[in-house]
Design a protein around this ligand. Structure first.
Ligand code: TYD
Ligand code: MG
Length: 468
């Protein structure tokens, strides 16, 4: 930073700091996200936690004394249950005391509802909980609470955005758990920029980090994901918190998926599935059943695939619609799958199985709105594409999983056994899977396991099963 310069520029998307304005952020490659903000004061919490990797211990201790790792005792049972099994799973077993958890998501997706329900459950178990809202008035919170149901216990509500006052309130009330809704509304007087700016959001997170670690309070921070770049997004503070969860899903559909992105206390691949009802969020214990509800039998272009979400196999319906195009550049759209992956698989089909869809429009959709990134859904997609192209329906009691390589080979996937079990549990009778993984499946009684080596074989299987 130039000498005497009092403002810096921050990327509002990822928090990249620059001394001058830039059109494109070198950090996240987003365009037009830089905004000028006053330079953070050297002593501020946000500054410290950024400069020193995040612990944010305020006062310089007199003598730093290393301790033996073996002398540190931890008690696994200290994890508190949130009362929602799906949330506990994503958190890695429960709420760790003194942890800082960021819950991000689009506005209106249900973050406040989720956390208020967690408060309800914790209060019922006799924990002291403080819900800090900077967005809604106490009456609005009450209205929401009434929709969720009867409160069994005492829940403390604080409608405040001033960090200093919040800190004092936390020191006075000494709750075990605090919810901050949302971090973008909080402001510190130490920082002169507006609430929601990168410096303010970092400063506030730094303060809550100190509170969480210093007072042993588990803090949940709500962060809105924003597209406009006016308000700093949750990505700016991902590195400062212990756990980052994203709440996603289609606002127009009822289900919501809670996904772990970072977790210092557990795996990040887990998902939690919820359904938004008029009385709040309801856990969905069996996501596969939920995702497959409404599947049409005997429709071409529809195949059930299996993806592992953490330790859980989830069955989803992969839908493809391939039709002749009237456009010089045929249309390709995907929902729930990576666009480039779909193009790649179309190329594999063309080169390795002699199926040419280059003059066709291709639409791909994962029913239920869930996003799939595991390559194991490749085989399902290949079958769905060919099924739609040739107008042959895939048997409704068949599922497929396997990764497809560029040579048209069907590659091994992990946890084949669990996937087969899940299919069996849901009443499927045939599993199409990579030949190489078949030997890892044991006890597949009552279900037919078909090993496939190449994409060509998969296409042959499909055409041979054609019903006239
Ligand atoms: P909210 O938790 O306010 O979202 P966020 O905090 O992420 O912005 O959720 C708002 C949406 O949820 C709103 O569209 C209404 C809906 N909703 C229900 O469908 N049922 C309910 O019981 C509640 C409380 C909200
Ligand atoms: Mg809210």
């Amino acid at each position: 930073m130039a000498k005497g310069k009092t403002t810096v520029f921050f990327c509002q998307n990822c928090g990249y700091e620059s001394s001058k304005w830039l059109g494109q952020c070198p950090g996240c490659r987003e365009w037009n996200t830089f905004a000028e903000e006053p330079a953070p004061a050297k002593g501020s919490a946000g500054y410290r936690s950024r400069a020193h990797g995040g612990l944010g211990h305020g006062s310089a201790s007199l003598a730093a004394e290393p301790v033996r790792l073996s002398n540190i005792s931890v008690d696994e049972s200290q994890k508190m249950s949130s009362g929602l099994g799906e949330l506990d799973r994503v958190l890695g077993g429960g709420i760790v005391s003194g942890s800082l958890v960021l819950v991000g998501g689009d506005p209106g997706i249900g973050k406040s509802t989720l956390l208020l329900q967690v408060c309800y459950n914790l209060v019922k178990e006799g924990h002291r909980v403080l819900y800090i809202s900077g967005e809604e008035s106490a009456r609005q919170i009450k209205l929401r609470a009434q929709r969720i149901g009867e409160l069994d216990g005492e829940l403390l509500i604080l409608c405040e955005t001033n960090l200093e006052l919040i800190r004092q309130a936390l020191e006075r009330t000494k709750p075990e758990i605090a919810v901050v809704d949302s971090i973008q509304t909080m402001y510190s007087e130490n920082v002169s920029s507006a609430p929601g700016s990168v410096s303010q959001v970092r400063e506030s997170t730094g303060v809550f980090l100190q509170i969480a670690k210093g007072m042993g309070i588990s803090v949940f921070l709500v962060g809105h994901v924003t597209k406009e770049g006016v308000v700093a997004g949750p990505r700016v503070l991902e590195h400062m918190v212990d756990t980052v969860l994203y709440f996603e899903g289609d606002r127009h559909a009822a289900y919501r998926i809670l996904r772990g992105v970072k977790n210092r206390f557990g795996s990040t691949n887990e998902i939690g599935v919820f359904e938004m009802r008029d009385t709040g969020l309801k856990e969905v214990a069996n996501p596969s059943e939920y995702m497959l509800s409404g599947k049409m039998e005997d429709a071409s272009g529809s195949v059930v695939a299996c993806s592992m979400e953490g330790t859980r196999p989830v069955l989803v319906e992969v839908q493809a619609l391939v039709c002749r195009s009237n456009l010089p550049m045929p249309r390709r759209t995907t929902a729930g799958m990576d666009f480039n992956r779909v193009n790649l698989l179309l190329a594999v089909l063309e080169k390795r199985a002699d199926i040419h869809m280059s003059s066709c429009d291709v639409y791909v959709n994962i029913a239920g709105g869930i996003r799939m990134s595991e390559p194991a859904v490749d085989l399902g997609l290949i079958l769905a594409l060919v099924s739609s192209y040739k107008d042959i329906s895939v048997d409704a009691k068949t599922i497929a999983f396997g990764e497809v390589g560029l040579s048209g080979e069907i590659r091994a996937v992990n946890m084949a056994q669990q996937r087969v079990q899940e299919a069996k549990k849901l009443g499927f009778d045939t599993v199409l899977m990579p030949e190489v993984s078949v030997r890892t499946v044991t006890g597949a009684k009552g279900i037919r396991v078909v090993g496939l080596k190449t994409v060509k074989e998969a296409v042959q299987y499909l055409t041979a099963s054609k019903k006239y």
